[in-house]
Design a protein around this ligand. Structure first.
Ligand code: ASP
Length: 280
């Protein structure tokens, strides 16, 4: 087993990149490298948390600060993390005014109720010491006022460490302009999943990802004997048949990383002992 991490910043076609492709690439490069260091020192859980919280903190990405705005002018964020070894999924849905939704999701992994939604999720975060943080940015406000939301955007990370632990983590600001209260795939087992022998984080149209239960479906196929590559290919081709739009990053128990999508280009970076590779 070798330390390995893969991260993503959504699908290019959803991001209104406006010539900013190299900025995305640079950011993903740096965060992948930094979080690989964390992974080496502290393991897979710390690695994915470092990656996703750094992506949440960058205004460029649609998660945490810089999240897209819902139809009623509010930002509601969703995030989840799964521990593949312990088989524990935890998450927050439509949480507001916290800096790093992924850290609240992580905190919930040790509670008896591990997924919280809406206002009580925000209240839970406050009670646990997560301070009030304004995630609005000028860029998103302009976009919202022009009713020019993109179609989504999400960040995620999957990592394997030397102890064989696999973690998957995903965080999103949703699609922008959605009906207030809409539930994204990102804090469900359709959008984020890990088991003993794989981890996966999805991006794209949340409704499509939930309809096909993409992440858990691929995990089950792998558990039942398909290679991860084959399980992904089969599921992506089912998505194409339905005309769905989603992408994903994944990693297996040997640290092999995979990226695929039904259409478009997933913005990713992956690092292991061999070096770094990113989208081109
Ligand atoms: N999956 C996210 C959502 O539907 C958006 C995205 O990944 O682009 O909320």
């Amino acid at each position: 087993m070798a330390n390995s991490i893969i991260i993503h910043g959504g699908i290019k076609e959803f991001e209104n990149l406006e010539g900013k492709e190299s900025e995305y690439q640079k950011a993903l490069h740096k965060i992948a490298r930094d979080s690989y260091e964390v992974l080496n020192e502290k393991g897979a859980r710390a690695g994915v948390l470092a990656a996703v919280s750094a992506l949440e903190d960058l205004e460029l990405f649609n998660a945490g600060t810089g999240s897209r705005i819902q139809a009623d002018g509010e930002i509601r964020m969703s995030a989840s993390i799964m521990d593949g070894k312990k088989n524990i999924f935890s998450g927050v849905i439509n949480i507001q005014y916290v800096k790093n939704p992924i850290l609240v999701a992580e905190q919930l992994a040790s509670e008896k109720n591990s997924v919280l939604a809406g206002e009580p999720a925000t209240r839970y975060a406050r009670a646990r010491g997560f301070e009030n943080h304004n995630p609005f940015t000028r860029h998103r406000l302009r976009e919202h006022q022009a009713a020019k939301s993109g179609r989504g955007g999400t960040v995620g990370a999957v990592a394997l460490d030397n102890d064989g632990a696999i973690f998957a983590a995903t965080s999103t600001g949703g699609t922008g302009n959605e009906i207030p209260g809409r539930v994204s795939d990102s804090a469900t087992v359709a959008g984020n999943y890990a088991s003993l022998n794989m981890g996966i984080s999805c991006t794209g149209v949340g409704e499509d990802i939930v309809n096909l239960c993409v992440a858990a479906r691929i995990s089950t196929r792998k558990l039942e004997g398909l290679s991860l590559e084959h399980a992904i290919k089969k599921t992506v081709s089912e998505g194409i048949e339905f005309g769905y739009m989603f992408g994903l990053i994944a990693l297996d128990e040997n640290g092999n990383t995979f990226v695929d999508q039904t259409q478009g280009k997933t913005l990713y970076a992956a690092v292991d002992a061999q070096g770094i590779r990113t989208f081109t």
